[in-house]
Design a protein around this ligand. Structure first.
Ligand SMILES: [Fe+2]
Ligand SMILES: [Fe+2]
Length: 206
């Protein structure tokens, strides 16, 4: 059994806990949960690769993003393997409004764009980690152990993104931007959603 890392920083960082309604909906449709989880790991790797390509003037960022992309692709392989083992076909699943909605707040020009993208990365990693931890006690032992095994790396990704953002902006700017992201994030997490996705709000009961 994987040991749980200390998630207190990350829990304090998030504007709200995942509502129970989402947990129940995710448990009721674990095939969609896994497919969308696989998509999220791919997107996390692609985001890291994008930053790595674009910011060649920042060796710390490139190193962190390179490592992060490799880890996210490894997670993708692990989800894919579980899906194959469980006979879950990789069907097309539409994206939730979560990431798209939050991306709408990202400023359009650097350095603001980079700072916001890094803060958004921290928020998404923190939420993912919180959801793995929230689901784990309710899952079968194989999936539960897998989700607990992801906590450590996702918690580190949260810290890496936040530290990179903090290296590029002063406290006031970080606080102002995080405040805006968190208000919307809470609305997206606590609000009603049409369908269950890894980062959706509370899905309507079918
Ligand atoms: Fe991941
Ligand atoms: Fe991650």
């Amino acid at each position: 059994m994987a040991t749980s890392p200390d998630l207190s920083d990350l829990m304090t960082f998030l504007p709200c806990p995942t509502p129970d309604g989402w947990i129940q909906a995710a448990l009721a449709d674990q095939a969609t949960l896994l497919i969308d989880h696989a998509n999220c790991e791919k997107k996390a790797a692609a985001t890291a690769m994008g930053l790595l390509h674009k910011h060649t003037d920042n060796p710390t960022l490139m190193n962190k993003m390179s490592r992060l992309a490799r880890e996210e692709l490894r997670h993708f392989e692990q989800v894919l393997s579980l899906m194959c083992k469980r006979g879950i076909a990789y069907e097309t699943v539409t994206a939730s409004r979560y990431a798209g909605g939050l991306h709408g707040l990202v400023r359009k020009r650097d350095p603001g764009r980079l700072i916001d993208t890094l803060l958004l990365g921290a928020l998404i990693e923190a939420r993912s980690c919180e959801r793995f931890a929230a689901l784990a006690p309710h899952l079968d032992s194989e999936l539960s152990e897998f989700y607990l095994s992801l906590l450590k790396s996702e918690a580190r990704h949260f810290k890496d993104y936040l530290a990179l953002a903090e290296s590029l902006a002063d406290r006031a700017e970080i606080a102002e931007r995080l405040g805006a992201f968190k208000v919307l994030e809470q609305q997206l997490i606590e609000g009603a959603d049409e369908e269950m996705r890894f980062h959706s709000g509370i899905p309507a009961v079918a």
